[in-house]
Design a binder for this molecule. Structure first.
Ligand code: ARG
Length: 639
C-alpha cells in the first residue's frame, strides 16, 4: 500500500508522506485515503488562507451526502476576523490554485467551501489500497497504542463488560441488547488496536440461588439437568418461586387474621428462611453447598458459550457476582465507613448522597443500601468491590459497562461511590454504555425467551423465506446453517438500526424481510457480489491489472467515493460508539451498489471493462464484509 501512496504522492508536487504523518494528528495516508486528501488540501489551504495548518486540518469535515462534496470547510472554523464567512469562502475559492492534481476546483455553498475529489486519482489509489489491506482495510491499529510514536510501549487496555445474564432466569431483551452492543464495541476497540478483555458478569449469587438449590433438592432431575441445564434450572426457579409467593400470601393472611403466632411459625421455618440459611452456607464456604452451586453455574456457562459462539462472541472471563470475595467487600465497607461515606439507617448501611454530592445531583443519586441489616451484601456492594478488583487485576485504561438504561442510576451510584472512596481516576476511566428497551418480544412457542429460542424462531422463519425460491435454495450447500446466520443477522441488524438509547419493537416480519434496510438485505447485497465474482471467474492477477480509468460512470465514481470513506467511518464510530454509524454507512453502500448493477454490467462486458468493474465490486465486497464483521455478523457467500 505504501508504494501506491508514494506513486500518488508523486502526483502532488512537494507532498511528503512522512511530513504529513508527523505534522497532522493521527494522519495515515498510507492506509486512509481521506488522510491523504486532508493533508494535501491543508497544505494548499494553509497557503491560501494564511491560517495555521493544524487548525485547517481539523476544520476539514465530512459532508452529509456525496452531492455536497467529499470534504467541506466551514470558514468560521478558521476563526479569521474582519470578514464575513461567505466573503472569505468566495475569496479562498478564487485563490485556490487551478488544476489541482487531486481535487476539482472548489465551490462555494454559503459559508462552506466544498471539495470534490477527482475520480481518476481516487480510483487509482483506493482500489489497490483495499486490495492490499483486505480485511484490515479501515482498521486503525495505532489509535490503541499507549504512545503512537513508540509502539514498544504497548497497547491500551480496555475491559468491556457485557451480556451478564442471570443464571436460572430468562435471558431477556436487555441481555440480548447488551450482548449485541457489547460484542460490537469489543470488535471496534480491537480494530483500533486496543487490548480488549471481554467480561461476562453473571448474576449468579444471592439468596435466590439458595432458593434454587432447595428447589433442586426437592424436584431436581439429574438427567434433565445434564440435558438442558438452562431450561431445567429455570423450571425449578419458577416452581419454587410460586411456592414462595404462596408462602408470603399465607403469612399475610395469618397476619390479617391476627394469627401472629402462625405467621411467625412459617416465617421462621418456611422457604424464605431456608433459602436464607442455604445462601449463608454458600457464603460461608460450606463445601457441599458450594459444590452444588458451582455445578449449576458451570453447566449454565457451557450452554451460554454455545449460544455466544453463534453470535461470534467469545468471553475472556466469566466473572459474576459470586466471584467477588467477601474479604474485598469487607475492606471496601471499612473504607467507606472510615471516610464516612456510609452511615447506619435502621441497622443497615446506606449511602446518603445528599450529604456527599451537593444540589440536585445528590438528590438524584438517592440513598442506596450497601449492607442489609443481617450484614449481607447487595448488588451494588458487589459491583463496588468487583470494579476495584478489576483495576488491580487488569490495570485497565478504560472500562465499559454495557447495561440497560434501566440501570442508569445504579451505575451512577457505583461510579460516584468509587470516586468518593478516593479513586477519582479509576471512576473517570469507567463508562456506562446504555440502551433502550425492546418491545413486543415473544416467541411462537411461548412467552419465556431464552436467547437460543429466539434465534431458533428467527432462523426457522428465514428458512421459510429461503425455501420460497426453490431454484436458489437448491444451490445453497447447507441451508440450515445459512438460515441460522441470516436469522441472527436479522435480529442483530434490527437491534443496531436506531440509536442505542431508542426503544424499538421486536418485529419478526420486518426484520426477516428483504425489503428495506434489514439484515437479510445486507447479507443479500454481499452474496450478490460473491455471485458475480463466481460467474466472472477472474483471477487476482486480472483484478490487479485492471485499468481503473475505465470506471468513468457516475455510479462507479460514487461507489469509490463511498469506499474511500470507510476508515473515517470507523474512526467516527469510535467517537459515537453507536452501531448505527456503521450500519448507516453500509446501507448507503448497498443502495449505491444495487442501483449500479444496470449500469455497470460485469459478465458479458468486454474483457477490460469486465476486469475494471469486477475490481470495483470486489473492493466493495471487502468493505461490506469488514463492516459486517465489525458489527458481529458473518457475511454469507450464497443464500
Ligand atoms: N445481571 C444484571 C442484570 O441482569 C446485569 C449486570 C450488569 N453489570 C453490572 N456490573 N452490574 O440485571
Amino acid at each position: 500500500a505504501a508504494s501506491t501512496v508514494d506513486q500518488l504522492a508523486s502526483l502532488v508536487k512537494g507532498f511528503s508522506l512522512e511530513e504529513a504523518q508527523s505534522k497532522y494528528p493521527n494522519c495515515h495516508p498510507d492506509t486512509n485515503p481521506f488522510d491523504l486528501y486532508r493533508a494535501h488540501l491543508t497544505n494548499v489551504l494553509a497557503g491560501v488562507t494564511g491560517v495555521d495548518a493544524v487548525i485547517v486540518y481539523n476544520a476539514l469535515q465530512w459532508t452529509t451526502g456525496l452531492d455536497k462534496g467529499d470534504l467541506i470547510l466551514a470558514t468560521p472554523a478558521l476563526r479569521v476576523k474582519g470578514k464575513k464567512p461567505d466573503e472569505l469562502a468566495r475569496e479562498w475559492v478564487a485563490a485556490f490554485p487551478a488544476d489541482d492534481p487531486l481535487v476539482e476546483a472548489p465551490t462555494v455553498n454559503g459559508y462552506f467551501v466544498q471539495f470534490f475529489f477527482k475520480p481518476l486519482p481516487l480510483l487509482k489509489y483506493t482500489l489497490p489500497l483495499i486490495r492490499a489491506e483486505g480485511s484490515e482495510f479501515g482498521n486503525n491499529k495505532s489509535l490503541g497504542l499507549v504512545d503512537p510514536q513508540d509502539p514498544s510501549k504497548g497497547r491500551k487496555k480496555i475491559i468491556i463488560e457485557f451480556s451478564s445474564p442471570n443464571i436460572a432466569k430468562p435471558f431477556h431483551a436487555g441481555h440480548l441488547r447488551s450482548t449485541i452492543i457489547g460484542g460490537f464495541l469489543a470488535n471496534l476497540y480491537a480494530t483500533a488496536g486496543w487490548d480488549v478483555t471481554r467480561i461476562n458478569y453473571l448474576g449468579d449469587w444471592g439468596k435466590q440461588y439458595g432458593l434454587l438449590a432447595l428447589a433442586f433438592e426437592r424436584y431436581g432431575d439429574e438427567e434433565a439437568l445434564e440435558r438442558d441445564p438452562i431450561n431445567h434450572l429455570f423450571e425449578l426457579y419458577v416452581k419454587i418461586n410460586q411456592e414462595l409467593s404462596a408462602e408470603k400470601e399465607q403469612i399475610e393472611a395469618f397476619k390479617k387474621d391476627g394469627k401472629e403466632d402462625e405467621a411467625k411459625k412459617i416465617a421462621d421455618a418456611g422457604l424464605d428462611e431456608q433459602a436464607r440459611q442455604y445462601f449463608r452456607k454458600m457464603t460461608d464456604g460450606d463445601a457441599s453447598a458450594v459444590a452444588q452451586w458451582r455445578r449449576f453455574r458451570d453447566m449454565s456457562i457451557v450452554r451460554y458459550r454455545e449460544t455466544y459462539s453463534r453470535l461470534n462472541i467469545v468471553f475472556d472471563s466469566y466473572s459474576g457476582e459470586s466471584q467477588v470475595p467477601e474479604a474485598a467487600m469487607e475492606a471496601s465497607a471499612k473504607r467507606m465507613e472510615d471516610l464516612k461515606i456510609t452511615e447506619e439507617s435502621d441497622g443497615a448501611q446506606i449511602v446518603d448522597f445528599t450529604k456527599h454530592v451537593p444540589g440536585k445531583e445528590g438528590k438524584r443519586l438517592e440513598r442506596p443500601l450497601v449492607r442489609k441489616r443481617d450484614g449481607t451484601a447487595l448488588y451494588l456492594t458487589r459491583d463496588i468491590s468487583e470494579l476495584l478488583g478489576r483495576e488491580e487485576k487488569y490495570k485497565f485504561d478504560k472500562m465499559i459497562y454495557v447495561v440497560a438504561s434501566a440501570q442508569d442510576l445504579h451505575l451512577k451510584q457505583l461510579f460516584k461511590i468509587v470516586e468518593l472512596m478516593g479513586y477519582k481516576e479509576i471512576a473517570a476511566k469507567c463508562q456506562h454504555i446504555n440502551f433502550g428497551l425492546v418491545l413486543g418480544m415473544s416467541t411462537r412457542k411461548g412467552t419465556v425467551k431464552f436467547l437460543n429460542d429466539i434465534l431458533r424462531d428467527v432462523a426457522d422463519k428465514m428458512h421459510e423465506v429461503m425455501r420460497a425460491n426453490e431454484v436458489k435454495y437448491q444451490q445453497v450447500e447447507n441451508p440450515e446453517a445459512v438460515a441460522d446466520i441470516l436469522g441472527i443477522s436479522a435480529v442483530m441488524v434490527q437491534d443496531m438500526t436506531g440509536k442505542r438509547i431508542n426503544n424499538y419493537t421486536f418485529d419478526m416480519d420486518k426484520m426477516t424481510s428483504f425489503e428495506g434496510d434489514t439484515g437479510p438485505y445486507l447479507q443479500y447485497a454481499h452474496a450478490r457480489v460473491c455471485s458475480i465474482e463466481r460467474r466472472a471467474g477472474l483471477s487476482d492477477a486480472d483484478l490487479a491489472s485492471a485499468d481503473t480509468s475505465l470506471l468513468n460512470e457516475p455510479h462507479a465514481i460514487n461507489i469509490v467515493r463511498l469506499l474511500a470513506q470507510w476508515p473515517d467511518v470507523m474512526q467516527n464510530t469510535l467517537k459515537t460508539l453507536e452501531p448505527t454509524t456503521v450500519l448507516t454507512y453500509l446501507f448507503k453502500m448497498t443502495h449505491a451498489l444495487s442501483s449500479s448493477y444496470d449500469h455497470l454490467q460485469v459478465v458479458g462486458s468486454e474483457p477490460e471493462l469486465m476486469k475494471a468493474r469486477m475490481a470495483l465490486y470486489t473492493s466493495t465486497r471487502v468493505v461490506l464484509a469488514n463492516g459486517m464483521r465489525l458489527l458481529g455478523l458473518s457475511p454469507v457467500e450464497r443464500m
